[in-house]
Design a protein around this ligand. Structure first.
Ligand code: FE2
Ligand code: FE2
Length: 380
């Protein structure tokens, strides 16, 4: 057991607790004398949580029971919502020796939005744990130096994959313990939690999706979650578009029309390999009843791209291109480019399509390539 007088607070909505949280707490326990796990009432950045406070606490308790110098505090749950970190730190600064606040590196993106960040920096040192796909790059370090001057440090270990969004996709996959401790996953299933995307399976069956395509859709969704987080895209919209982007894959234009879809004339000019995106967008809009234009357009442009794509369009296009099941020459270089910078990755992907398809390239893809090449100062 660590006997230092350092206390660390690790907060979050824990909706639900994930295996990544459990491993993080274990790592913190080895480095700090006291670890306070702090589920919040409602984070100022989340408009809702789907499990009740009691359910979130139950799942935390059953998952963290072995960590001896870690305790779960109900300080925020007992207080008014939303929970503000500076108020929690004020409370613990009085009794702690040296106080730290642990955050995953993905949180650095939204650090300016924290209320009273100056006071937070005066009350606690920030302990930043690098998370997969969110390395502390120069811009993030610069921001930390500005907001927490001399008051932050990088953890000497890396966090694991697995966020509450990934949990929701894994529940749709029928693999609830993929990112959750087993006991908590069983508990969540018993309470009927986190099943909001299970409906996609009925749609996959209805539109004749084959097993391989379904696995690709899940894999695209899991890959797109970190892209969406990086691009600050609404996560629910992103997951919906990612899971359903290939819903038109096994229907011809005529099949879709027989089911009641009405197309405008554009589809007849599209080469067959890109038609499924248009068919999918219209199925989702006209038959499934998805009215969100951001979602529909992300599905519509997922194969071809287009000039001036929205953030969610980029996320779906790129996730579809580089998801882990994809295997083609150059895919690893492409993944590295996306990790470094989304727009850089987008240009590399468009360039790859243009050179791969050659003369037959769909004009919109060519225009998208030229648009991004010019924007990034590269000669098309
Ligand atoms: Fe597709
Ligand atoms: Fe796809």
């Amino acid at each position: 057991m660590n006997t230092s007088n350092k206390t660390v607070i690790f907060g979050g909505s824990f909706d639900p607790v994930t295996t990544a949280h459990v491993s993080l707490v274990r790592q913190l326990s080895a480095r700090f004398g006291r670890v306070i796990v702090m589920p919040c009432a409602v984070s100022p950045f989340k408009t809702s949580v789907s499990a009740s406070a009691a359910q979130r606490l139950d799942m935390l308790n059953m998952s963290l029971s072995g960590a001896e110098n870690a305790e779960i505090s109900t300080f925020e749950l007992d207080g008014p919502a939303p929970s503000y970190t500076y108020l929690t730190l004020r409370r613990y600064a009085r009794e702690a020796g040296e106080l730290y606040l642990a955050v995953g590196s993905e949180m650095v993106i939204e650090l300016e939005r924290w209320k009273n960040v100056d006071e937070i920096a005066s009350l606690a040192r920030l302990y930043v744990v690098p998370r997969p796909h969110f390395p502390l790059n120069a811009a993030m370090r610069g921001k930390l130096d500005r907001l927490f001057p001399g008051r932050w440090e990088e953890a000497d270990f890396a966090g694991e994959t697995g966020s509450s969004s990934e949990v929701r996709v894994s529940f749709a996959m029928g693999r609830p313990a993929m990112y959750m401790p087993e006991g908590a996953a069983r508990y969540a299933l018993g309470c009927g939690l986190y099943g909001e995307y299970c409906y996609v399976n009925a749609l996959y069956a209805e539109y004749g999706m084959k097993r391989k395509r379904i696995d690709h859709s899940y894999s695209t969704a899991l890959c797109g979650i970190w892209l969406a987080k990086r691009a600050c895209v609404d996560m629910h919209k992103a997951i919906t578009a990612l899971l359903l982007h290939d819903i038109g894959k096994y229907l011809t234009k005529e099949d879709a029309e027989a089911r009641g879809v009405v197309f405008d004339g554009r589809i007849d000019d599209m080469p067959l390999p890109v038609r499924h995106a248009e068919i999918g967008a219209e199925i989702l809009s006209q038959l499934v009843g998805i009215k969100d234009a951001d979602v529909i357009e992300a599905v519509r442009w997922h194969t071809t791209g287009r000039p001036a794509m929205t953030a969610i369009e980029k996320v779906v296009y790129l996730a579809d291109y580089i998801e882990p099941l994809r295997d083609f020459p150059g895919v690893d270089e492409l993944r590295a480019a996306v990790e470094e910078d989304l727009d850089k990755g987008l240009l590399a992907a468009l360039k790859n399509s243009v050179s791969h398809v050659g003369e037959e390239i769909y004009p919109v893809t060519m225009r998208a390539y030229e648009y991004y090449a010019e924007k990034q100062g590269e000669n098309a």
